[in-house]
Write a new protein. Structure first.
Length: 401
């Protein structure tokens, strides 16, 4: 499939002139084809959640400590037992080849060079085995056994899902990230309005974009295969398709569901509202994380908790880590960055790494293990956090199966 990127002759500024993640987004908005930009940048209906994902971080302020030796800072952590040099991972983002011919291969090799992880979308541009092979064969100066995870949407045809999982295992995926916040695609009006001028098909899911009476949204028309009947009772079956492979639920948005995930004994959760692309007016991702910290703090000791959505600065990463996230995901940002190919993603990650290190030093912190909510002032948003629900004593995951 030809890259949408290839057909537009708009000069990009030198990558050396880009000094923030916002610069990458601004360049993408000017240089990508209209359909590609609409697909990447769009979100559900009035974009309230998309905007709040960003602004809520600014509402939480920092409480820096002084007169501490910050001459050396350690940014390393782990993700499902795999070492990371920076507490970042690339969240699944579909059809990266629309932005750059190397697509997810460029993202994956940049992740390896940067010492972080990649989660590959079900609607990726290449078969997973091609992506993992590119990552495996990419030479790097500093060795990094980079984990590649696979995002799973459950197909209405469960045999297709079983095949996807088995292919992921054979390709070397280190975990399944089951998307649970999107039983049906959201209404992304900007994407609906612009009709695709190239054929768009995912080799992984087999889904093809199209046009109908509702419009031309890539996300909606390619998501027809998703099973809206997926429920908690399906988790054992998904586990049975790949025994021993870690399972993470992506898209947890309430403390109640976080507790159910813990009771289901999954290996981790991603606090996420799909970048505001599914259901508008849901809470900002960082506020969901704060809700978990307030209402069920023990789950942070029992599973890995990650978050994505709205992260564009090192201060955002710092705040998420202070509230208990083990690592944070970058979704749209990797697509803005891959507009410059491999080098763009490497630079994008490096910008965030540098900003996080600077934030830690200015807050008097030298390792991620030292982070805690005391470095934050959340008074401006505390009133937005719902209280812990008074559930019946017998309520548990078993009552929901």
């Amino acid at each position: 499939m030809a890259s949408d990127h290839e057909s537009k002759q708009v000069a990009k500024p030198s990558i050396d002139t880009l000094i923030s993640t916002h610069d990458f987004e601004a360049v993408a908005s000017r240089t990508l084809q209209p359909k590609t930009w609409a697909f990447i940048s769009s979100a559900a209906t009035d974009l309230v959640t998309k905007q709040r994902n960003v602004t809520a971080y600014a509402d939480i302020t920092l409480r820096p400590r002084t007169l501490r030796d910050v001459s050396h800072v350690d940014l390393s952590t782990s993700m499902l037992g795999h070492g990371l040099r920076v507490p970042l991972f690339c969240s699944p983002a579909a059809m990266a080849v629309l932005v750059h011919p190397a697509g997810e291969k460029a993202i994956g090799t940049a992740c390896k060079a940067s010492g972080i992880a990649q989660c590959v979308s079900t609607s990726a541009s290449y078969p997973l085995r091609h992506i993992t092979a590119a990552v495996r064969d990419h030479p790097v100066d500093t060795p990094h056994d980079m984990p590649v995870f696979f995002q799973l949407y459950v197909d209405k045809n469960r045999e297709n899902t079983r095949r996807l999982i088995q292919d992921a295992v054979e390709a070397g995926a280190k975990a399944l990230f089951l998307t649970v916040d999107c039983p049906v695609p959201g209404k992304r009006e900007a994407d609906e309005r612009v009709q695709a001028d190239v054929a768009v098909t995912s080799p992984l899911s087999g889904a093809t974009a199209g046009h109908d009476s509702k419009g031309s949204a890539l996300g909606r028309t390619m998501g027809r295969f998703i099973d809206p009947a997926l429920s908690w009772s399906d988790i054992p079956w998904i586990r049975s398709c790949a025994p021993g492979l870690p399972l993470v639920l992506k898209g947890i948005q309430t403390s109640e569901d976080a507790v159910l995930a813990m009771q289901a004994r999954v290996d981790g959760i991603v606090v996420s509202n799909h970048g505001g692309r599914s259901l508008d007016t849901t809470p900002a991702a960082i506020l969901i994380l704060l809700e978990l910290r307030r209402n069920c703090p023990d789950l942070f000791d029992r599973m890995d908790v990650y978050v994505d959505g709205g992260i564009s600065r090192g201060t955002d990463i710092f705040k998420a880590l202070c509230l208990g996230a083990k690592a944070v995901g970058i979704g749209r940002g990797t697509l803005f960055a891959v507009n410059y190919g491999y080098e763009g993603v490497v630079r994008y990650i490096e910008i965030l790494r540098d900003e996080l290190e600077t934030t830690m030093k200015l807050c008097g912190v030298t390792s991620l293990q030292e982070l805690h909510p005391g470095y934050l002032n959340t008074l401006a948003v505390d009133h937005l956090i719902p209280p812990k629900p008074k559930a019946p004593a017998s309520a548990s995951i078993n009552s929901r199966l």
